[in-house]
Design a protein around this ligand. Structure first.
Ligand code: FES
Length: 140
């Protein structure tokens, strides 16, 4: 299955910032834009204690988790040493300035991982202005 779902334009993601993509099931996906306008997608869940990576600070090709400052690689989702652990990453492509995620991955990848039930990383269930709803998939 190679269907891609259009999410937003690259310019809709702040430079050195992120947005969240809500899914029907599972934790949101965080999409990040670095200072070269490259786009990356990771589960919005830190491998340490589940912090919301979309609220972290992006620098270079990494994001600093807002809870305990783990530095997570945007390309591989892995914590930099001496910290350990990886968060699932998602395939992402940019077509004519539009960010697309793989529809199959959005529906099925890492849906078994939950947001922490309490603490700063817990979901409120409310989506702020920084999230996108997934649009209808299309083939490319
Ligand atoms: S939850 Fe991310 S560093 Fe602890």
């Amino acid at each position: 299955m190679n269907e891609w779902t259009s999410i937003c334009r690259v310019d809709d993601i702040p430079m050195l910032g992120s947005r969240r993509v809500a899914r029907a099931q599972g934790v949101d996906v965080a999409i990040f834009r670095n200072d070269q306008s490259e786009v990356f997608a990771l589960l919005d869940r830190c491998p340490h204690k589940g912090g919301p990576l979309s609220q972290g600070i992006v620098f270079g090709n990494t994001v600093a988790c807002p809870l305990h400052n783990f530095t997570i690689g945007l390309a591989d989702g892995c914590a930099q040493a001496p910290d350990e652990g990886c968060t699932p990453r998602f395939a992402v492509q940019v077509q004519d300035g539009v960010v697309q995620l793989n529809a199959h991955e959005l529906a099925t990848h890492a849906t078994d991982l939950a947001r922490p039930k309490a603490g700063p990383g817990a979901s409120t269930g409310a989506l702020g202005d920084s999230s996108f709803a997934v649009q209808a998939p299309h083939s490319s």
